[in-house]
Design a protein around this ligand. Sequence first.
Ligand SMILES: Nc1ncnc2c1ncn2[C@@H]1O[C@H](COP(=O)(O)OP(=O)(O)OP(=O)(O)O)[C@@H](O)[C@H]1O
Length: 604
Amino acid sequence: MMKEGFIYIDKHSRIKLYNKKAKEIFGIDKSVGIGHPDGVIQKGDLVIIGDNCLGKDDGGLKPENLGKIGIYDENIQLADLFMGIGTFEDGRLRPIYQYYHPSESFRENFCLKAEVSGRSVSVEIDGKCITISFENKKFPMNYNNSIGHMVILDPNTFQVKFYQTSGYTARGEDTLDILNGKAYRAKGPAVNEFNVIGKKISSIHKDASAIKELCNIAQGQEDNYKEKFSEINGIPTLYSIFPVEINGKREGAVLQVEDISTLQNVIKERNDALAYVEEMKQIINDNALDCEGLAVIKGESRVMRNVKKLAYKASKSNSTVLLLGESGTGKSYLAETIHKASKEPEKPFIHVNCGAMPETLLESELFGYEKGSFTGANHEGKIGFFEKARGGTIFLDEIGDISLTAQVKLLGVLQNKSFFKIGGTTEIAADVRIIAATNKNLEEEIKKKKFREDLFYRLNVFPIWMPPLRERREDISNLCNQILSQICDKLQCGEKFISPAAQRILTSYGWPGNVRELENTLERAANIADGRIITENHLPSKITNNEYGSYTEKWKSFQDYMEEAEKRALLETLAYCGNDKKKAMQALKMGKTNFYQKIKKYGM
Ligand SMILES: Nc1ncnc2c1ncn2[C@@H]1O[C@H](COP(=O)(O)OP(=O)(O)OP(=O)(O)O)[C@@H](O)[C@H]1O
């Protein structure tokens, strides 16, 4: 069959030629499908509808029009994806239906299945096709944007009375037209070919813009249409219109139209391939992150990959980083990794455990002192951690534990980017990057007046949340293997492996002590296992007896989980957006009021 459609009309817009392909494209090819006679919808008819956007390309079907098949549901809205089965203007069948608001219809596949008088009926929306099935008969309709598909069955004989095919708008057979009682034309192989020759083209097509242009050119207009793209009856087409002139006089025009849906499929495949390449690039980039020093941070779960991406960004900037998370999640490890992945890894990394240091010592340890500045001081004076870290990183671990006096001093350093030694008069530039960490909830500490709000804001420039192990169980198995291999190297005990049963127990345990607890457990197990296999017998009874126990004991309320997730979403997005609240709000697709309420709630 010819690939291209042709329509030739004379200067009075009468059709002289209309080939089969053009009929197919313009939807007046009656031979599509099993066929049905002419008719009109009748009371009691069984109606099956599949509509991917209520109100669009269905004749303007409104939710209230669904009352015609017994559906009165105020929750259904215009633009909803709708699938429904009901009887026309009588309540014989309790309607069966489903709908999805546009915000919910992010997926590609929807299905409504039902049994009517022992016969199976279904509506499936899958990819770019709506298929209405009745027993083993299938009525597919492909679409590009939106479509209103409908099948009507006789309620007694279950004979097919009507099914929608493309070209319904041109035929005046939109879903709403039919539900409003407009007559529909017969279809199928038995129906005589629709003879259009000699008819005015406007009597066949009312609204198609290509046809209007064809008529204009046939009547003498000088416009020229060459390979114009248009969607006709949901089919992507390219069409051209040529004037026909005899002895220099306009006698008519020809429309040449080509269905380019296959071409579109090729384009789609190409776009998919490009998207795949992009995805691959992303994966390669992610691996590049690993190459750039972050591979030591173990974990391939989504949350850990996110942590690594943020850590990578942090390593390339000089901003103050605040690491948050429970004890033993790897904050110190991450701080050092960020430093090692920075531009100047050879510069010092000074780890200060603020929590472990007596308050009286902290100031002198951080800032140093001049000789003879206080009783008991070293005669030579002392260089503080800030000075030792010059050009590199100072890691202020357990920052939530420092006294309010120390907080004031630290705030001064952050504000002025300089400090004085105890007893000193010379201002020293704080040429360091600060990474701070805490397992405390600083917002709570602020409320309790134990932590200064202004210091919190100075520290919270680039927050990174380390998720607890129980929130990334998919990482546990890999972590176990990697940690065990390091332990075996350290102990020089040869390679050891974890039995599947022991692995199961390790994965389901709650790990209140996080990676550190996991490390200790494995080190103990590696020490007591004589053979090469670590079994459940080598695990502490606290873990084996309490496979789920310690986890469940530690379960938080749903509300706590929700708040944790919200907080993390805000923190991570803010960090991604360089703390630009407006950008973060847009990225999270949140309303202004809601966003700022949450920011306030979590003290960000
Ligand atoms: N993702 C990881 N990959 C490999 N080892 C890890 C990882 N996370 C943590 N560890 C190991 O777990 C142990 C605990 O980590 P770390 O001391 O950094 O935790 P922390 O969050 O700083 O704890 P705390 O708040 O108690 O100081 C360390 O020995 C570290 O090497």
